[in-house]
Ligand binder design. Structure first.
Ligand code: ZN
Length: 541
């Protein structure tokens, strides 16, 4: 340990000067589960120096959408940072069924690596399933001295943005309440992070979560039947004694469901900036931050809860703290910052039902069981290998031995799904590979389709519907995301700093445009394969 500390100390001697026309530091911020309309709904309670500062002094892209299905965290981060869609980068979901092993794999799970900084399974992660280069990879290939760091509570929120050549990607260890990495990146945590972990354990950040403002300031009621009740609580209401709830549940999940995890992550980001001397070298450095807690809380409480409103009012203050440090350290003209989200979210479907709106649930396990029975009745064989993310996977071994045509089985399953409540349509994998229609949802599904990883039959649900499994805790409370509808696809996109003028862009943009635009601004050797540059952000020379 002493040796590596000395090494890092000696590298501090490099002389700082900046490359012309390039920012010293690029900061990419992803808010996990942020609908575009939160900027309006919660905006009145935001400070002057967070979201509102970027909106008032930077570029506000009002119509940024995901252009594929499914809208989950893994694909979202991969698409923002590669500038391509899942049909190219291969991150089709957070997890999927791997045909070779016939088991579920995680998008960043990697049994070939081990955790560094903690001895738990949380460290067995790497970007080995990400099949394209990220903007962070391309930055390092263009400017070999550029440094790239990424931080998040979720492993995938740090790993996918950091890319394949990250100098440090750190995520939360739910066992220890500290930040870890994996042997994919390095053999030891840097000294500064070891020190940070010692002083800044999650448990010391876990306090009593009270609403920041007076009751009248919130648009949402505190108590509602659509919010999950955290273990240790009898009602879904403030205050949340997070430390106590962690003890009761025997886990740190209540902590990551709280805004205190955003504070811990901001502190980590600021420490990384300082200790890694980001923006002080000869080439632009990049820091990627992904705030996971809005998503964890959003699943539990839903977008119409006071908890989520307060989460965002507090996140705005974290953003303000970050902006303030960046500006005072580098000056606005030397930083380039963008903020977006990996997906939005649907209102709690039960609330939609109760409000007389379109929405509901598809009990997916029940449906699959029915299909298995029908398959046995018709063919004497259950041809379904499994279901994940509304992808139905067929068992190729059984198909081979049966001698029955795969196409016939697919037609049979599709026929038995047709007309089921909540299911809009199904599409065969083969059809998506060679799609000839420009039908919005089918086109989006095809951009999320990767032949060797996706299923054989993919389902699209109706507007407002969520799949529910038999394992779902407290059904009809809490919510999720994943669809191609605007509540999941429409996300904020804000830019601030070097060369970014105050501007509002209302034309529709695709999430893949972010990296394509960055590659132009940063004059990278190579840009993403897809995506279109957002010309309003590129200053004429
Ligand atoms: Zn989520």
């Amino acid at each position: 340990m002493k040796k590596s500390c000395l090494f890092i100390f000696l590298t501090f001697t490099s002389i700082a000067y900046s490359q012309k026309d390039l920012p010293k530091i690029i900061v990419g911020i992803v808010v996990d589960q942020m609908c575009y309309d939160y900027l309006n709904r919660f905006g009145a309670n935001f400070s002057k120096n967070g979201f509102n500062k970027i909106i008032n002094e930077g570029a506000h892209l009002k119509n940024m959408h995901y252009n594929y299905i499914p809208t989950y965290t893994g694909p979202g981060h991969a698409s923002i940072y590669t500038g391509t869609t899942p049909d190219h980068h291969g991150i089709i979901a957070n997890d999927w069924i791997e045909r070779k092993t016939r088991t579920q794999v995680n998008c960043v799970g990697d049994a070939g690596v081990y955790g560094i900084g903690g001895n738990s399974l949380y460290g067995q992660s790497s970007p080995h399933r990400l099949n394209k280069k990220t903007i962070t990879d391309m930055l390092k290939e263009t400017y070999p001295k550029s440094k790239v760091f990424s931080v998040s509570i979720k492993d995938r929120g740090a790993i996918l943005p950091g890319g394949h050549q990250s100098d440090g990607s750190y995520w939360f260890d739910y066992n220890n309440g500290t930040f870890i990495t994996s042997s994919f990146y390095r053999e030891e945590l840097p000294c500064w992070l070891k020190k940070f972990n010692k002083k800044n354990n999650a448990r010391s950040y876990a306090k009593v979560w009270e609403p920041l403002l007076n009751s009248e300031a919130y648009s949402a009621e505190d108590d509602s039947p659509y919010e999950r009740i955290l273990r240790g609580k009898t009602k879904p209401i403030f205050p949340y004694d997070i430390k106590n709830l962690c003890e009761i549940s025997g886990s740190l999940t209540p902590f990551t469901t709280s805004p205190f995890a955003n504070t811990l992550l901001t502190d980590l980001a600021l420490r990384a900036i300082k200790k890694e001397k980001l923006g002080k070298g000869t080439s632009p450095d990049m820091l990627c931050i992904s705030y996971s807690s809005p998503d964890i809380a959003g699943h539990a409480f839903g977008p119409d809860s006071r908890e989520i409103e307060d989460m965002y009012i507090r996140l705005d203050l974290e953003l303000s703290r970050l902006l303030n440090t960046l500006e005072s350290s580098y000056g606005k003209s030397n930083i380039l910052l963008f903020l977006t989200a990996d997906h939005g979210v649907v209102p709690v479907p039960q609330k939609l039902i109760d409000d007389g709106k379109k929405g509901g649930y598809v009990f997916i396990d029940q449906l699959i069981n029915e299909l298995r029975k029908k398959s046995i009745n018709a063919y004497g064989v259950d041809f379904i290998l499994g279901q994940d993310n509304l992808n139905i996977y067929l068992d190729y071994q059984k198909i081979k031995t049966s001698g029955i045509e795969k196409e016939d089985i697919l037609n049979f399953i599709a026929l038995n799904i047709k007309g089921k409540k909540g299911i809009k349509q199904s599409a065969k994998g083969k059809q998506l590979e060679n799609l000839e229609t420009d039908d919005g949802l089918l086109k989006m599904l095809s951009k999320g389709f990767y032949p060797t990883r996706s299923g054989d039959l993919l389902l699209i649900l109706e507007h407002g519907y969520l799949p529910k499994t038999s394992l779902s805790v407290e059904p009809f409370k809490g919510t999720s995301h994943g669809s191609g509808y605007a509540y999941d696809t429409h996300v904020p996109c804000l830019w601030y700093g070097m060369g970014i003028e105050k501007i509002e862009v209302t034309r529709r943009l695709a999430i893949t445009d972010i990296s394509t635009t960055l590659s132009q601004i940063l004059k990278l050797k190579k840009g993403p394969e897809t995506g279109t540059e957002i010309k309003e952000l590129i200053t004429a020379e």
